[in-house]
Ligand binder design. Structure first.
Ligand SMILES: Cc1cc2nc3c(=O)[nH]c(=O)nc-3n(C[C@H](O)[C@H](O)[C@H](O)COP(=O)(O)OP(=O)(O)OC[C@H]3O[C@@H](n4cnc5c(N)ncnc54)[C@H](O)[C@@H]3O)c2cc1C
Length: 418
């Protein structure tokens, strides 16, 4: 490790992984600088406050809540998290072509989802989920939409080994005051420079040189936490280049797509409120959460190919319109007059993110290991895509950031004395 650098550690990206790395580096006494391209911190953890309501445009549920390192922070700030029990019948209210399906149909759909999961677990090779499941089911199209929401891609592009590796407890608890705000709050006091995109990382010299619009910074070590699609886009130039194994892995682990929309209502529009899976005539499933926490909101979750097509073609307006049209199809056109405003994410086209969360291609699950495999004790990758068992989540990202710092400490990085 070099000794003459300005910084012990530079962390690229201030999402959940970058914040995890920053907190671990602070605990280790490392002189650290976190560089963030956007003008805010959090990355895909982003809570906006609109009409007095905290609304998450990215992560919102504490997955595996009883094991999730963010749960303690949520409880400490007064969130009520139900640690045990289930979320109730699944899938929730099911609508097709504007009509709510009866209980028997909903239950049959739930059995199909469960069967698909079991078949994906049982298959011995790393194949696509589509190859493992019964493709003739009348619920196959809804299941495709459901996979989009969970994985960001359709069953044809989900690896069964990814399904097996993902560890979950079944506790998915929403954070009322915003998961994004919770994560950003943990970064209080961390040395983060926003609006500072890193364009190049050169580790040919005695110190690692990091190019930014503010000039060149030098560090003894660097952790890069940007999404795999941002890495693949080439917006950061590496000298020497990332190893072939990592380059290949970036082709195999790609972000799927997910977008969140909020429609703000002038009062209750669904009584009692439900969570619904809506299969509109237009043919793509969207998840809709009416009046979460009793608020005047209709939350829309658009994912997979639907989300990316809308985002690329028409941006936020298209995502909002699709959500509103789907809800109008079940509640009638009178709903339009009750909508006071709307907001939407557009992760798919954000050049600093480029999607929702990562999915390994069928047959390519092992690429995740290649992403986290150490290749240089002065440079490490972190972020949700690198997690062995909690990829696609905020807590998984956070843990990879802390692990990257641990590995650097194991490799000899120590706090400089000056
Ligand atoms: C719609 C949606 C819903 C989700 N729901 C949940 C959920 O309910 N629960 C859950 O656990 N997870 C959820 N997730 C996933 C979760 O948000 C992500 O897995 C997690 O936040 C990723 O964190 P990260 O640090 O790995 O990456 P990111 O959040 O992408 O952080 C990387 C950071 O790097 C920055 N950056 C990019 N390029 C540069 C550069 N050149 N220089 C400097 N900085 C750069 C980016 O701006 C970004 O801030 C959701 C995601 C989406 C999109």
């Amino acid at each position: 490790m070099s000794k003459s650098a300005e910084w012990d550690l530079i962390v690229v990206g201030a999402g959940a992984a970058g914040i995890g790395a920053g907190l671990a580096a602070r605990a280790a006494g490392l002189k650290t600088q976190i560089l963030e391209a956007a003008d805010r911190i959090g990355g895909r953890a982003h809570t906006v406050r609109e009409r007095g309501i905290a609304y998450d445009l990215g992560c919102h549920f504490l997955h595996s809540a009883s094991r999730n390192p963010f749960s303690l922070a949520a409880l400490t700030r007064g969130e009520t998290i139900r640690m045990h029990g289930t979320q109730g019948a699944f899938p929730p209210a099911l609508y097709r072509d504007g009509v709510r399906q009866d209980e028997e149909t909903r239950a049959a759909c739930g059995r199909y989802y469960a069967e698909c999961y079991q078949r994906s677990l049982a298959v011995q090779a790393d194949v696509s989920v589509a190859a493992a499941i019964d493709g003739q089911s009348p619920f196959r199209d809804i299941y495709t939409g459901w996979c989009g929401a969970i994985v960001g891609v359709p069953p044809e592009r989900i690896s069964t080994e990814d399904v097996k590796a993902y560890a979950e407890t079944g506790e998915d608890w929403p954070v009322r005051d915003g998961y994004g705000a919770l994560i950003a709050g943990l970064a209080d006091g961390l040395p983060i420079r926003t609006g500072c995109p890193v364009s190049a990382i050169d580790r040919t010299g005695e110190t690692v040189r990091v190019e930014t619009p503010d000039g060149t910074l030098t560090a003894r070590a660097v952790i890069v936490t940007v999404s795999p699609d941002v890495l693949r886009s080439g917006s950061i130039r590496f000298t020497p280049d990332l190893p072939d194994s990592v380059r290949a892995a970036l082709e195999d682990v790609r972000l799927g797509f997910a977008e969140r929309v909020a429609l703000f209502t002038d009062g209750p529009v669904m009584d009692p409120p439900v969570i619904a899976h809506i299969m509109p005539r237009a043919g793509h499933m969207i998840g809709v959460n009416f009046h979460e926490f009793g608020q005047n909101t209709i939350g829309g979750y658009l994912a997979g190919d639907l989300a990316v097509d809308l985002a690329r073609d028409g941006g936020r307006a298209a995502l909002i319109d699709y959500t509103l049209d789907a809800v109008v199809e079940i509640l009638g056109s009178g709903l339009r007059g009750k909508i006071l405003g709307a907001i939407s994410s557009c992760w798919s086209t954000d050049p600093n993110i480029l999607g929702g969360y990562s999915a390994a291609l069928p047959g390519r699950h092992a690429a995740r290991a290649a992403l986290r495999e150490p290749f240089d004790d002065r440079l490490a990758l972190a972020g949700e895509a690198c997690s062995p068992d909690a990829f696609s989540t905020a807590h998984g990202a956070y843990i990879t950031g802390t692990h990257a710092v641990s590995r650097m400490l194991q490799g000899g990085l120590r706090a400089s004395r000056d």
